[in-house]
Structures are given as structure tokens and as C-alpha cells.
Design a protein around this ligand. Structure first.
Ligand code: PRP
Ligand code: URA
Length: 212
């Protein structure tokens, strides 16, 4: 794992980089893209979980007592629609007890501003809960900041953003607003192009996942 700084982790595991290469390939069809994206998400969420708290517990094996741990965090998965849905499916395999709050955001293709169209959150959340915002693409950072805003307004302190690919512009934007947000990704790419796409990126994640 490469830690670009304390808050940004790039997972350089060969399996992660292999899966990333598969989904970057423009020839990868949607049904394969989804399969690779689910595996990639599992690996990235797994890494993002390193910060989770545990408490010591005792356990009886068939042979005798052993020391173990139990995860204590109240975990929330916040997939950003649409593309984040594939990541939520994967994250649920690892964290089956997590609550899932969907966040609907759509980037305006002209202004690149993220517009909210759905957010169904509870009236309150435990302050010490841990939120994983799941969005494959961190481009301008507008969508990520809008999603994080929802939880910051509810006084959540531990927020992780998990993305496949991040642009330097997006990381800068997120950390200019919330410098305590942890970012886990498989790559920090070169830049954004004039249309706000990550270069080289992987194209439009939502379109590639859903074949639209
Ligand atoms: C894409 C992507 C992110 C967002 C990133 O979603 O999945 O949510 O763009 O861009 P930003 O960092 O510049 O905000 P999009 O708005 O295209 O919606 P979709 O997933 O429904 O296609
Ligand atoms: N959203 C995407 O899906 N891809 C990009 O490169 C940028 C934003």
C-alpha cells in the first residue's frame, strides 16, 4: 500500500492493479466490468476497514479457549448512485451488518456541478459511527463533497471515501473542505480533461457498469 499522505491510501496490491487494468480496458463488456468492479470494491473496502475498531473477546475452539476480536463500529455504507451501487453490493459481503444509506447525485454535464436527487437519511446517527462513502470515480470532487456534507451535517467524524480512481483535483477539493476524510483508491490518475473526465480513468463508470 502506498500512503500518499496520512489521509490518502493507494492500494498497490497486484490483484487490485490487475482488476483496475481490466476495468480500464474499453473492450471490457458491462457484465465483465461489473464482476471485476465487485472484486475490486471488496479489496478496496477491505483496506479501508483497517482503521476499524475492535475489542478483545474470548472464543472457544473445538480444542480450547482462544483470544479473538470483535468489530465494534456502527458502520454505514453510503453508495453514491448510480455507480456506487456495485461497490455497496461488494461491501455488504464484507460488512453484512452495515446500514446502507443511498445518496443520489448526478453531475451536470455542462457545469460539472453535482445535483442531489435522492437522500434518505435518519434524523440522527451515533457520533462515533463510521461511514464509507462509495463512489468509483473521484473527478472534480463535487459529488464526493456533496455526499460527505450529508454526514458531516449529522456530526459524523469518521468518514472514508472509497474510489477506484481519483484525480488529483478531486483529492484536493475533498481535503480543502474536509481534511480529515480518509481516501482509499486503486490509483491517483494524471488529471481531468476539459469535460471533467479522469485521464486516463476508465470512462463513465455508471454507463459502463449498467451498459447504458
Ligand atoms: C459520476 C461518478 C461520480 C461522479 C464523479 O457519476 O460515478 O459520482 O460522476 O464526478 P465528480 O467528482 O466530478 O463529481 P454521475 O454524476 O455521472 O452519475 P451516474 O453514476 O448516475 O452516471
Ligand atoms: N465520472 C465518471 O464516471 N468518470 C469520470 O472520468 C469522471 C466522472
Amino acid at each position: 500500500m502506498i500512503a500518499l499522505d496520512k489521509q490518502v491510501q493507494v492500494v498497490d496490491h497486484p490483484l487490485v492493479q490487475h482488476l483496475l487494468t481490466k476495468i480500464r480496458d474499453y473492450q471490457t463488456a458491462p457484465h465483465k466490468f461489473r464482476r471485476y468492479a465487485i472484486s475490486l470494491s471488496e479489496h478496496l473496502v477491505y483496506e479501508a476497514c483497517r482503521a476499524m475498531k475492535t475489542r478483545e473477546v474470548g472464543v472457544e475452539t473445538p480444542v480450547g479457549p482462544a483470544k479473538g476480536v470483535s468489530m465494534t463500529d456502527y458502520v454505514i455504507l453510503a453508495p453514491v448512485l448510480r455507480a456506487g451501487l456495485v461497490m455497496a453490493e461488494a461491501a455488504q459481503h464484507l460488512l453484512p451488518a452495515a446500514r446502507i444509506y443511498h445518496v443520489g447525485l448526478k453531475r451536470d454535464e455542462e457545469t460539472l456541478e453535482a445535483k442531489s436527487y435522492y437522500a434518505k437519511l435518519p434524523d440522527s446517527l451515533p457520533n462515533d459511527c463510521r461511514v464509507f462513502v462509495l463512489d468509483p470515480m473521484l473527478a472534480t470532487g463535487g459529488s464526493a463533497v456533496a455526499a460527505i456534507d450529508l454526514f458531516k451535517k449529522m456530526k459524523v467524524e469518521n468518514i472514508h471515501l472509497v474510489s477506484f480512481v481519483a484525480a488529483p483535483e478531486g483529492i484536493k477539493k475533498v481535503h480543502s473542505v474536509y481534511n480529515d476524510v480518509h481516501i482509499t483508491c486503486a490509483s491517483v490518475d494524471e488529471k481531468l480533461n476539459e469535460k471533467g473526465y479522469i485521464v486516463p480513468g476508465l470512462g463513465d463508470a455508471g454507463d459502463r457498469i449498467f451498459g447504458t
